[in-house]
Design a protein around this ligand. Structure first.
Ligand code: F6P
Length: 535
């Protein structure tokens, strides 16, 4: 591995500053540095990856044991070694087994829960299961992190298919969130989903209690209008939720990978079990592709290798994801958890220090909005930010096709502009045409130079359907997995979130005045005093 990393570093030094535009003197470049999976095209030709680099990156994946690890994941081996758990979110979208954990086939349970969810969703959507005030008009999903970001992102993404009750998402412990969501709703016609893998998360349990109090003021038996999605089924009963209304899952599903099972109930209620099934089917297609395709034809592997090339080899500390799709506006937030909670680690699986930078900082916003906000830095800042564009060839509103044409034009224009840039000579000519000359022309021209050579990739697909969304999310999940294997880390734990949770617990009594905060630092105590109105 060390030799491959060294080669890659040397290759990166060798291509630094090479003109990306010049790479396209090879007419076959666009075709050779893009891959298709059915009707989905991943173009990575606007990067410095060439044949030699790609071959070495593939060597890296092979040497890291991606293929064996991939098989271990799909087969139910306990690859989440720090928690002693299998990693089987792929089972949640599988059609059949056997898929064994500790010798037990998990598929009968998965299929039974999926069928129960579908039957429940059908009845809610048909008005056969009603609230105290009649047919459910609204659903409020209370959850946070993986119990919120996935279903919230997907529910928004699939808005054209909404034909069930309105589905809202509450996550923040900030009372403003639940207050504003519940404000317009009729408690007698609202179903509350408490989504929490552990059923202990303070934000979710606080919001769930608030929702129950709200409902209890209007409805005689509020628990009847509650549903729980959790792997801690014992705790859901303690909260008073009827076991019939509990959809459980196992500890081999990580929170940020849980959208495909019970945590997806909000989405299923919004679009119906059939569309939800198509969503699973899309993900399954990506699983099959990931599992079977050769490494250099494998979309998740290539997306990961592009990521490794930019972050660990070229040293770019961030990457931005830019969906040109308003309905994917929560995708960057979703990917922030998926990528950073998975690969933001400084210790390798064996407990040694990570020799390489951890996964990059991931951020983004939908286009075209981002263009009018932070693209300035991407085009002209001193740091290089590799960009990942996503766009559908076709929109959902035929009567607004001209909007969509503009959207696609902007997406493609940005990747072209990032690559091409604008030289000083071109900027001078523009300024001269405006009548400037001499020192002023020179000064103004310099501000209008775009260095170019900024790398980007584009994922383009025909239309954002439920199946396509499933494929895209599974593509990113597997990308994160491959990057994690190459970095030698465990992508499936998240110890880094624990310390803050513990300290928040110890600070709550300091804020309420029940504890004097002995042992806390001066800054924290001064902030507490201010929050208490004593500062
Ligand atoms: O604190 C991080 C985390 O554990 C995430 O990994 C998880 O998705 C989120 O909190 C919510 O956890 P739960 O579903 O158990 O409430």
């Amino acid at each position: 591995m060390d030799a491959i990393w060294n080669d890659l570093k040397a290759l990166a030094a060798g291509v630094e500053g090479r003109s990306l535009v010049s790479l396209f003197e090879d007419d076959s470049r666009a075709a050779r540095f893009s891959r298709r999976m059915d009707d989905m095209l991943f173009d990575f030709s606007k990067t410095q990856i060439d044949d030699t680099v790609l071959a070495r990156l593939i060597d890296l994946a092979r040497a890291a044991g991606v293929e064996a690890r991939r098989e271990a994941m799909f087969s139910g081996d306990k690859i989440n070694e720090t928690e002693g758990r299998a990693v089987l979110h792929t089972a949640l979208r599988a059609e059949s087994g056997p898929i064994r954990v500790d010798g037990q086939d998990v598929m009968p349970g998965v299929l039974e829960t999926r069928a129960r969810m579908a039957a429940f969703a059908d009845k809610i959507r048909a008005g056969e299961i009603k609230g105290a005030g009649g047919r459910y008009s609204d659903v409020v999903n209370i959850g946070i992190g993986g119990s919120d970001l996935g279903p919230a992102m997907a529910t928004l993404a699939l808005a054209p298919w909404h034909d069930g009750p309105r589905v809202h998402y509450v996550s923040n412990v900030d009372g403003a969130h639940i207050h504003d969501v519940l404000k317009g709703l009729d408690p007698a016609r609202t179903l509350v989903i408490v989504a929490s893998k552990t059923f202990t998360t303070i934000e979710t349990m606080t919001n769930a209690q608030t929702a129950r109090d709200w409902m209890g003021r209007a409805v005689a038996d509020p628990a009847k209008q509650f549903v729980a999605l959790s792997s801690a089924v014992d705790l859901t009963s303690a909260f008073g939720i009827d076991p019939e209304r509990v959809f459980g899952f196992e500890d081999w599903v990580g929170g940020r990978y849980s959208l495909w099972g019970p945590i997806g109930l909000g989405l299923m209620l919004a679009v119906g079990p059939e569309r939800f099934g198509e969503f699973l089917q899309g993900a399954r297609e990506m699983d099959d592709h990931f599992r079977a395709a050769e490494l250099d034809e494998n979309l998740p592997v290539l997306l990961a290798l592009v990521g490794i090339w930019h972050a660990q080899v070229q040293g770019h500390a961030t990457r931005t994801v830019l969906p040109y799709d308003q309905r994917l506006s929560r995708l960057p937030a979703y990917l922030q958890q998926l990528e950073m909670e998975s690969n933001g680690k400084r210790v390798a699986m064996d407990g040694s220090d990570l020799a390489l930078p951890s996964g990059p900082v991931v951020w983004g916003e939908p286009g075209t909005n981002g263009q009018h906000a932070f693209y300035q830095l991407i085009h002209q800042g001193t740091r290089v930010v590799p960009c990942e564009f996503l766009v559908a060839a076709e929109g959902h509103e035929p009567e607004l096709a001209h909007h969509h044409r503009l959207l696609v034009a902007n997406c493609l224009a940005q990747s072209e502009a990032l690559m091409r840039g604008r030289s000083l000579a071109e900027a001078r000519a523009i300024m001269a045409a405006k009548g400037l000359e001499g020192a002023e022309l020179e000064r103004q021209a310099r501000h209008r130079v775009f260095p170019g050579n900024r790398p980007s990739t584009t994922l383009i697909y025909p239309k954002l359907t439920p199946a396509m969304l499933g494929r895209i999310i599974a593509l990113y999940e597997h990308r994160v997995f491959v990057e994690g294997v190459i970095l030698g880390i465990n992508s499936f734990d998240q110890w880094g979130v624990e310390l803050g949770k513990e300290l928040a617990k110890s600070l709550e009594p300091v804020l309420s005045g029940a504890s004097d905060g002995r042992g806390k630092d001066g800054s924290t105590l001064a902030l507490v005093a201010f929050a208490r109105g004593e500062g």
